[in-house]
Design a protein around this ligand. Structure first.
Ligand code: HEC
Ligand code: HEC
Ligand code: HEC
Ligand code: HEC
Ligand code: HEC
Length: 459
């Protein structure tokens, strides 16, 4: 392994020999694991269809797949040869990832957290089979049905980058959930080969697919259906329509979410090259979140309490927040007296809509008749709110608090929330993204907006 042989030890014949020995051990142990998997699967099949035995391909014959468990192949198996990538995937090496325990709704609920022996700094892809949040949500909101599609999919073909409508992936059977989202989920083709960005020689069948380096690789699970501005499950479409096509940037998902480094992609005698880090930092990374938005406070006119808050998407190649309807960003503003007393406050929420219309309490009765009533109700019950801030967008929010003549400090914060549906007082799943303040001087009581309204009222 590259990171173990430092400096001049590299050419040392003992080191080379011990690496060979380790390699040999790995190959042999892998062989045994694969053999075991094939035999185990064969035995299982035989139990279910005893008569089909003769139709079964011979074990390790020319048609035997390298990975008979398909996308349920444990990632540890790939990790025996691709150790550096596995460390990133399973332990978050090189990131500030942190799984934040959440409560589903009220503080009385049990804390949803990853099992004790699992690294809380793993990537969300690696955690997905163990992440109690989607599993719990599925139980409560969908009676345990049909949510496996993106969370535990079967092998799929990478869709075309231009595809208008993104189909839902096919779900793995329930009893194969535990492995979660695996290396094979992304790398295994439906015909059982391992796809990657390069033409390589490997101990498994490989196929070079240039789409691996494009956003098409992420489209299947990070978007669903057609583009609806503001809706959930739109990340890939937001990227394509708002960011990539208008020319805001050339980066594909991997360029931001899988930064590359020079190394060997496996522990064999293979060339050093640019290999992507398997980290996918997002809502569970403070470093990532803080690059997304910028905030500026403006006093629109001297002496007037007409305030503007400019929230600008400077760093994401899609809307913020994106993806799951559970995510939100709050903009909290307050006016503070010179003595430090909070005189007025105001809050906005930016979040994806659950359905294809802005959330609205007026739909609650209709929601009750839907098959996905629980999820629709919890979304619409929050009432209308700000749509997510699109790639490159500058959103301006205005506020005119009533203030007497005097000097004040206006403070504003952006706060990210992993679960906007639980008790707001629970801050364990929140991250402060931005804090800014502005001193203002206000003369007189009424704002311009109010003066205008009063004039209109008296007309
Ligand atoms: C969410 C999808 C996804 C998962 C899960 C995933 N990969 Fe990858 N992997 C990619 C993408 C995309 C690339 C190509 C990145 C690039 O260079 O743009 C890649 C590249 C690679 C490469 C090629 C390196 C090279 O450049 O030759 C290897 C090897 C690899 N992954 C192994 C693994 C292993 C092992 C795991 C599990 C520990 C894993 N991957 C999990 C998406 C994934
Ligand atoms: C016995 C060791 C071994 C195991 C186990 C193994 N690989 Fe590999 N793999 C290799 C070697 C060696 C290469 C060639 C690497 C190179 O040339 O950089 C490779 C190459 C790759 C590539 C790059 C392909 C390309 O076209 O760029 C990917 C992706 C990959 N493996 C994924 C996986 C996944 C996913 C698993 C588990 C399902 C896995 N590997 C299991 C040894 C292994
Ligand atoms: C096989 C489906 C699948 C593919 C393909 C896939 N993802 Fe994911 N991704 C998921 C799921 C499911 C989650 C959420 C897991 C959870 O929270 O339990 C996720 C989570 C993430 C997160 C972390 C979100 C957080 O809350 O921290 C990022 C970032 C991400 N994916 C980026 C990507 C990128 C970039 C690609 C393409 C290289 C990609 N994903 C490909 C299914 C997928
Ligand atoms: C220009 C850099 C950039 C590009 C390109 C980009 N992202 Fe992101 N991504 C970010 C930033 C910054 C965040 C954090 C803010 C947020 O959550 O929206 C983020 C967050 C995410 C999250 C976390 C959402 C969550 O709920 O935790 C996912 C998932 C994600 N991106 C997927 C993708 C996918 C898929 C693509 C390609 C279609 C992509 N990103 C392209 C910068 C980028
Ligand atoms: C189109 C693919 C897709 C489908 C279908 C899907 N999910 Fe997800 N889910 C994702 C992705 C991708 C993420 C990662 C976060 C993001 O994009 O914001 C995620 C994240 C989540 C989260 C947040 C977990 C966290 O990391 O905090 C929950 C909860 C969740 N999904 C529940 C469900 C439920 C319940 C269903 C069934 C109704 C479902 N999902 C169906 C793709 C999907």
């Amino acid at each position: 392994m590259e990171y173990e042989c430092s400096g001049n030890a590299k050419g040392d014949p003992r080191v080379v020999r011990s690496r060979r020995v380790r390699l040999l051990t790995k190959i042999v142990s892998l062989w045994l694991i694969m053999l075991w998997l094939v035999l185990a699967l064969g035995a299982e099949r035989q139990e279910r269809h005893p008569s089909s035995n003769s139709a079964r391909p011979p074990v390790n014959g020319p048609t035997a797949p390298d990975f008979p468990l398909g996308t349920a192949t444990p990632s540890q198996l790939c990790g025996t040869c691709h150790e550096a990538i596995y460390r990133e995937f399973a332990m978050g090496f090189g990131s500030d990832l942190k799984y934040k325990s959440i409560i589903y709704q009220s503080p009385q609920d049990k804390m949803l957290t990853v099992p004790a022996q699992v690294s809380s700094t793993a990537t969300l892809h690696a955690l997905s089979g163990l992440d109690p949040f989607p599993v719990h949500a599925r139980g409560v909101e969908e009676k345990g049905e049909s949510c496996n599609a993106c969370h535990f999919p079967e092998a799929f073909d990478i869709p075309d980058l231009e595809r208008v409508e993104i189909a839902k992936p096919k779900a793995r059977p329930r009893e194969q959930e535990a492995a979660g989202l695996t290396c094979a989920s992304c790398h295994l083709t439906p015909d059982g080969k391992i796809r990657g960005p390069y033409e390589v020689e490997a101990p498994h069948q490989t196929v070079a697919d240039p789409k691996m380096r494009t956003s098409a690789m992420c489209a299947y699970c990070h978007a669903m259906g057609e583009r609806v501005v503001g809706k959930q499950t739109q990340t890939f479409l937001e990227w394509r329509e708002d960011f990539y096509k208008p020319g805001l940037g050339r980066q594909h998902c991997q360029d931001c979410h899988m930064p590359r480094t020079l190394r060997k992609s496996s522990d064999f005698e293979v060339p050093v090259r640019a290999v992507a880090r398997h980290l996918w930092t997002g809502g569970h990374s403070t470093q990532r979140l803080r690059t997304a938005l910028n905030l500026v406070i403006v006093q629109a006119e001297e002496g007037r309490p007409d305030l503007e808050f400019h929230a600008i998407n400077i760093g994401a190649g899609h809307s913020v927040p994106t993806g799951s309807n559970r995510r939100s960003v709050y903009l909290k503003a307050e006016v503070v007296s010179r003595g430090g007393k909070i005189l007025a406050s105001r809050e906005w929420m930016f979040a994806p809509w659950y359905g294809d219309r802005p959330d609205d309490r007026t739909f609650l009765e209709e929601d009750k008749k839907r098959p996905d009533a629980v999820a629709a109700l919890q979304a619409d019950a929050q009432g209308p709110h700000e749509a997510p801030i699109r790639a490159g967008e500058e959103r301006v929010l205005t506020w005119a608090p009533k203030l007497k003549t005097g000097k004040y400090t206006v403070r504003a914060r952006l706060i990210y929330d992993l679960n906007r549906y639980n008790d707001r007082a629970f801050a364990g799943d929140q991250t402060e993204l931005y804090f800014i303040s502005l001193s203002v001087y206000v003369k007189g009581r009424w704002t311009l907006i109010e003066q205008r309204r009063r004039c209109e009222d008296t007309k």
